[in-house]
Every structure is written in structure tokens, then in C-alpha cells.
Design a protein around this ligand. Structure first.
Ligand SMILES: NC(=O)c1ccc[n+]([C@@H]2O[C@H](COP(=O)([O-])OP(=O)(O)OC[C@H]3O[C@@H](n4cnc5c(N)ncnc54)[C@H](OP(=O)(O)O)[C@@H]3O)[C@@H](O)[C@H]2O)c1
Length: 330
């Protein structure tokens, strides 16, 4: 195929990565075993950092940005995949060291691909995307820890109106948990109630001074904010509970003490989506297929074109994006 197609490329301009739309062809793509026609990608916080140039995400340039892919296999040199297979890929260094999803075609390693669960269309898979699959990794982690059980105690979700947060609220609620949503945007309360949140806590209440041990409130929490918020949430977690920490929207530091851990057996579970082993990914996507309400997923999703990405990147970093953004590629 000699046709060209549009990609959102990060290129070196005066030593810094700068995003721009470029026409590329098949011969520009990396030499990987599986060629995928990308139908949809999505916008995550990390994509915002990469596309805006405000975070050092790409570690080699030029780079096709986009950490998510849902599409169809076109050619495969691997026996694991054949033309026509519907696949999804999240992370694996895409947009960092590996070319990613903001291009109509991409070549990928066979072991990065997962069969798209029958439950989802490609658009729904990207409405979930890395943010939603990370929310499922967090819920799975809290359950495996033994911290949370439906009907027993409140589960807190911070950064609730964002992508990880919205999916976590919806998934936990569908599984029968009592979900408390922490948000800095009071105007999202109706939206979050629609996803299943039963009550709210203002973001500011969690981001202030950290006292080592506070009133025990949460049996578990999904935290995408970090910093003083995570430290306060740990200090408010009940005996034997746990917090699944996956993000740093409020900062990368953790200004807390060991007290919740050594006096209340509170667990801090780190959750990474990029290099999560395939078994954990498949389990998380099964959790989503079995429990995520499709109507709620639609309610938390907007669909945009590739050309909107530069403006969307700035919005997500300002905390102004609600829920999830799907990017139509094909
Ligand atoms: N570990 C992993 O593999 C992994 C995977 C996916 C995402 N993440 C991380 O998780 C975080 C969320 O990602 P996302 O895609 O869901 O982003 P997002 O859609 O922008 O959501 C982040 C939310 O955090 C809240 N927030 C923003 N700035 C804040 C601040 N200064 N202080 C307190 N809260 C703030 C906002 O929620 P409210 O408006 O409701 O307050 C915002 O909607 C990011 O840090 C991202 O890098 C990590």
C-alpha cells in the first residue's frame, strides 16, 4: 500500500517534543509483526502531557502519540493473529518508546494485543481505554486484597469526574458498592450521581494538611490524584482497608506517615497499567465486560476527531475534561 495517512507526530523542535499532524505511509511504520488498522483511540491524562509537550512522555522522537488502540488486524507475521481479528492495545510504552494509536495504521508486537471482548464495540473499548481499564485494575486489586466487599462500608473514588474516576464510580456502583465521589467540580454531582455515586466530598477537604491518623471512614479507595489527597485518604481508611493508587493528577509526592499502615494494617496498592501482565489485563477487561453498565459508559463519553487533539490535550491537563474522550481515527 503506497497511500499516505494522517498521524499525530511528536517531533524534536529545539530539543523539545512538539506535536503536529503529518502525512506518513506504511514504510514509515516500525517493523513489527502485526499491522492493525486503528478505528479508535482515546484521550488520557498521559496523552494530554504528551501532545501538549507539558510532560516528558516521549523518550524517542519522532513518535506517533496515543496510548490506546482499538482496531482490526490487517496483516500478521505471527500465528497468534490473523486478518480480521478485532484487537485492543493499552500502554506497552506507546507514545513513550513505541509508536501509538493516533494514526490510521500501526504495526505492533503480537504480545501487546488482546482480543476485544465480544461485549464491546471498538468505540466502547476506547470509551473505556487505558483510564477505564486502569479503574478496573484498581477495583480488582482492592477485591483481591480483601479490602472491599459489596454492602460492607463505603468506597471512595478521588478525581471522580475524570476518566479513571468516572469508570471507577460506575463499575463499583454496578458491583453493589456504596460509592463516595471526591470531586473539585460541584457541577458534576448530577453526572456522578447518574453513574452511581451516593454522596460527595469536596476535593479541597482531602487536599489540605495531613494528620497521620484520622476518623476511619473508607473500606477502600481508588485514587488517581496522589500527593496530600492520597496521604489523607490513607489516614482515613478503616482498619484492614486498602487504597489502590494509580495517578498523580494532584502531584507525585506522598507526604504521609507509616501510621495507617502499621497501626491499622492499611494497604497501599500500586497500580500500573502500562506493563501489567496479560493475565491481569484480561481479568480487568472481563470485570468490565461483566459489570460495566453500557448506558453509563455512553453517558460518560464524548467522541472527537483527531484534529481536536491539541485543544483536548490542554483541557485534560486543566482538569476540564469530564469522563472519557474517544478519538475517531479511521
Ligand atoms: N498508573 C497507571 O497506569 C495510570 C493509568 C491511567 C491513568 N493514570 C493516571 O491517573 C490520573 C488520572 O488520569 P485520567 O486519564 O483519569 O485524567 P483526568 O480525566 O484528567 O482525571 C483526573 C481528575 O483528577 C482531578 N484533578 C485534576 N487536577 C487535580 C488537582 N490539582 N488536585 C486534585 N484533583 C485534581 C479532576 O477530578 P475532579 O474534577 O472530579 O476533581 C480530574 O478530572 C493521571 O495522573 C494519570 O496519569 C495512571
Amino acid at each position: 500500500m503506497s497511500e499516505t495517512f494522517t498521524a499525530l507526530m511528536l517531533e524534536d523542535v529545539d530539543g523539545k517534543p512538539k506535536a503536529g499532524f503529518r502525512e506518513i505511509s506504511m514504510s514509515d511504520l516500525p517493523d513489527r509483526d502485526v499491522l492493525v488498522e486503528v478505528a479508535y483511540s482515546s484521550l488520557n491524562y498521559k496523552d494530554g502531557l504528551a501532545v501538549s509537550g507539558k510532560g516528558r512522555i516521549a523518550r524517542r522522537l519522532p513518535m506517533v502519540a496515543g496510548i490506546d488502540i482499538a482496531g482490526t488486524v490487517v496483516e500478521s507475521r505471527s500465528p497468534a493473529w490473523k486478518p480480521g481479528d478485532r484487537v485492543v492495545a493499552n500502554g506497552w510504552g506507546m507514545s513513550e518508546t513505541e509508536w501509538g494509536g493516533y494514526a490510521r495504521f500501526q504495526r505492533l508486537k503480537p504480545e501487546w494485543l488482546m482480543r476485544l471482548p465480544d461485549a464491546f464495540t471498538m468505540q466502547e473499548a476506547m470509551a473505556i481505554g487505558t483510564a477505564g481499564y486502569t479503574a478496573a485494575l484498581c477495583v480488582d486489586a482492592l477485591e483481591n486484597w480483601g479490602a472491599i466487599q459489596p454492602g460492607k462500608g463505603e468506597v471512595l473514588v478521588t478525581g471522580a469526574a475524570g476518566g479513571v474516576g468516572s469508570t471507577a464510580v460506575s463499575l463499583l456502583s454496578s458491583k453493589g458498592y456504596t460509592v463516595v465521589a471526591s470531586t473539585g467540580r460541584a457541577e458534576t454531582h448530577d453526572y456522578l450521581r447518574g453513574l452511581g455515586a451516593t454522596s460527595f466530598i469536596d476535593r479541597a477537604e482531602l487536599s489540605g494538611e495531613v494528620k497521620p491518623l484520622q476518623k476511619e471512614r473508607w473500606s477502600g479507595a481508588v485514587d488517581s490524584v496522589g500527593s496530600t489527597t492520597l496521604a489523607n485518604v490513607l489516614a482515613q481508611t478503616a482498619y484492614g482497608g486498602a487504597v489502590a493508587a494509580c495517578g498523580l493528577a494532584g502531584g507525585a509526592n506522598l507526604p504521609g506517615t507509616v501510621m495507617p499502615h502499621i497501626l491499622r494494617s492499611v494497604g497501599l496498592i500500586g497500580v500500573d497499567s502500562v506493563f501489567a501482565p496479560m493475565a491481569k489485563r484480561e481479568k480487568a477487561w472481563r470485570t468490565l465486560a461483566d459489570h460495566l453498565d453500557r448506558e453509563k459508559l455512553a453517558a460518560m463519553t464524548e467522541v472527537h476527531k483527531m484534529r481536536d487533539l491539541p485543544a483536548l490535550a490542554d483541557s485534560i491537563l486543566k482538569g476540564a475534561v469530564r469522563g472519557r474522550v474517544v478519538i475517531e481515527i479511521a
